[in-house]
Design a protein around this ligand. Structure first.
Ligand code: MSP
Length: 645
């Protein structure tokens, strides 16, 4: 029977600079999906690479006094190094400067020209070089800036080749409407539908003012527009021209995973190129959110980038991968903070997972000489645990198939939490003291080892270096890389008689004290003496029942703007854990709207709604207030909807 195949791509990265943790987010997600599909038995083709042409790269090379090829060679080597450190298991790394790619781009450019869908005309328009994007005058932002990145655009006047995008507008719209999965998530699909309905212009697909690119085969003064060139990488690597067997096996791609700002290129320009070629469209373009730092997209121009290599050296690749995959809901933006990363490492990895493994291996060593004996006496709590392990594996699979990767991790951690509780409930140390309870002890220890075996398999797409470490400690035979999803769904597959090895800490706790000291160091510059406040009288007592009526929770600020003609008011859009609300808050004198986006605040969500300046405000953010001072109560890194007590 032919194996199921799965073709997943990341964008190909611009070698214009070092990659930051935001770029690594995209590749980590793609790697996890690729690894998951392999676990589920698919024959996976996972592609990443580098997008090496264009004016931006040519200018950078000039600034550095080297040829563009020398310049990109150096940076691309650093990409590969990073992916290796992040354990990214790509099957092919495509570089657009490779001959195999040049041939494909020239072939398709010629074909589309021959059929009349590319034509020559005079071009006058606005070009953003950092984004390598053409804009119409009406699309420009304030002060003639790029509407995407806000940087100045240049007026270009050149003779160019144009791609007849307009001809395909209706077909593309019909395709998007007939295939709800083609653009995901739904919010981006709707954006794209509106964009197309606004009318597609023909696209300028060649340039003459620089030469670092792929030459137009029939007019060598021109190089192919970098997006036309770059998007084509997905079929070059799949073997479009050079390996038809491979191409028919893997094409159409199952997922193009891209950041939200480049969904437009992937869901409009790319499908129209494919339509013009008569090639099937990819099954899905998924636009993920951005990694933000205190509400701002992480980017070199904003000076808020974090080098993934520095983080990996400090915390290890698996901890970083876990954080990115657990903390951010695919499709949404996610906040990166060192504090939130350390919290996750300490709570989820050192505490929950690390302790379960450590306690289990330790008890098997102390009570049974390291041997996991066959289970003997069963009690209902054992069946409950076994059942949960099986339902976890099934729920995990469903979540992964829906691309809800953080939900899949939550399922696994619920099982880990249950197993830790099972230790407390069954009390193996007490059972070990009573020879008559030997059978019961063996059952408990077997069940714990079995949960850990299943957990090790399920987390392998997320933390590929942790699985073999758990495997070794459990004393399991065989290569964990050969384990399958079926293995995780079979309770009782751990062979009785397995001999464990000595316990070893998986994720050492990150000492809060050191962190606190560092934070103190960082904040030392402005020691603020607390102004003496007169003691506010304590209000009359409330009972715990009365207190419990107030629904305090964590909430994440998704958007924020000033309320017109109201100096003190801000309008916040907040996620309270599955529901998005609008609230008006009188904090505009203390916070700028952009400071709040991405913040994890604390709210009361069952306060009677109030209309403020005609806007219904549902709930209130909590803040410490005294005199002129005000500080929001925050819960950095806590996902929205968590109870605050
Ligand atoms: N070269 C183009 C892609 C061409 S694909 C045919 C490009 N390159 S890029 O290097 O600028 O960006 C690569 C990917 O990194 C994009 O998907 C982009 O969204 C992603 N990210 C860049 N910064 C990011 C964050 N701060 N957070 C999440 N993803 C980020 O675009």
């Amino acid at each position: 029977m032919p194996k199921k195949t799965f073709y997943i791509t990341t964008p190909i990265y611009y070698p214009s600079d070092k990659l930051h943790i935001g770029h690594a987010y995209c590749t980590t997600v793609a790697d996890t999906l690729a690894r998951y599909k392999r676990l589920a038995g698919h024959d996976v083709f996972f592609l990443t690479g580098s997008d090496e042409h264009g004016q931006k790269i040519q200018r950078k090379a000039q600034e550095n006094g080297v040829s563009p090829q020398e310049y990109v060679d150096r940076i691309v080597a650093s990409f590969r190094h990073l992916w290796e450190k992040m354990s990214v298991s790509y099957d092919d790394f495509i570089r657009t400067s490779e001959p195999r790619h040049h041939e494909v781009v020239q072939t398709i450019f010629q074909k589309i020209y021959d059929q009349g869908d590319i034509y020559k005309a005079a071009y006058e328009g606005w070009y953003c070089t950092p984004c390598e994007t053409f804009w119409l005058e009406r699309q420009l932002g304030e002060g003639n800036c790029c509407p995407d990145c806000g940087r100045p655009v240049e007026l270009l006047k050149e003779e160019s080749y144009f791609f007849r995008m307009s001809k395909y507008q209706d077909r593309l719209l019909a395709h998007i409407e007939a295939n709800p999965d083609f653009i995901q998530p739904t919010s981006r699909r709707n954006e794209m539908i509106n964009f197309i309905k606004g009318g597609l212009e023909d696209l300028c697909v060649s340039r003459t003012t620089f030469d670092w690119g792929i030459t137009v085969p029939f007019d060598t003064k021109h190089v192919v527009y970098v997006w036309f060139d770059a998007l084509t990488n997905y079929i070059t690597a799949a073997g479009f021209l050079h390996d038809r067997g491979k191409f028919s096996q893997y094409w159409p791609a199952d997922i193009h995973l891209v950041g939200k700002e480049i969904v437009r290129f992937h869901s409009i320009i790319w499908p129209i190129i494919l339509m013009a070629l008569g090639v099937e469209l990819p099954k899905m373009v998924y636009g993920h959110g951005w990694l933000v730092m205190e509400g701002d997209k992480m980017s070199k121009s904003k000076g808020n980038v974090i080098d993934p290599l520095v983080l990996i050296d400090e915390f290890g690749a698996d901890a970083i991968r876990y954080f990115l995959l657990r903390e951010i809901m695919l499709g949404n933006d996610g906040n990166f903070s060192r504090g939130a990363l350390i919290n996750r490492i300490n709570a989820d990895l050192a505490n929950d997972l690390g302790n379960l493994l450590h306690r289990t291996v330790n008890m098997v060593g102390r009570f049974n000489g390291g041997v996991v004996f066959a289970p003997a006496e069963r009690e209902p709590v054992d069946d409950e645990l076994a059942k949960l392990a099986q339902t976890t594996a099934a729920a995990y699979e469903q979540a992964m198939e829906r691309l809800e990767i953080n939900a899949a991790l939550k399922e696994v951690w619920a099982l880990i939490g249950r197993a830790n509780k099972y230790i407390d409930e069954t009390g193996p140390w007490a059972l070990a003291k009573d020879p008559a309870k030997k059978g019961r002890l063996n059952t408990v220890l077997y069940n714990l080892a079995e949960v850990l075996r299943i957990v090790a398999v399920l987390i392998s797409p997320f933390m590929p270096n942790t699985t073999p470490r758990i495997w070794r400690q459990l004393g399991l035979a065989g290569d964990p890389a050969a384990a399958t999803l079926d293995d995780a769904q079979r309770w009782g597959a751990l062979p009785a008689g397995t001999k464990m090895t000595a316990p070893e800490a998986l994720f050492p706790r990150i000492e809060e004290k050191e962190e606190a000291a560092e934070m103190d160091e960082a904040t030392k510059k402005e020691p603020e003496a607390a102004p003496a406040q007169p003691m506010t009288p304590v209000l009359p007592e409330v009972s715990i029942e009365e207190f419990a009526k107030m629904d305090f929770r964590t909430a994440r600020v998704l958007a924020c703007e000033k309320v017109e003609k109201a100096d003190k008011l801000l309008k916040l859009t907040v996620d309270i854990g599955g529901e998005v609300r609008t609230i008006i808050s009188g904090i505009a004198m203390h916070y700028a709207p952009e400071d709040l986006v991405g913040k994890d605040v604390v709210m009361i969500v069952n306060l009677k709604p109030a209309k403020i300046r005609g806007i219904e405000s549902k709930g209130m953010v909590l803040a410490a207030v005294g005199g002129e001072k005000l500080a929001l109560v925050t819960a950095p890194g806590m996902p929205p909807g968590f109870k605050v007590r």
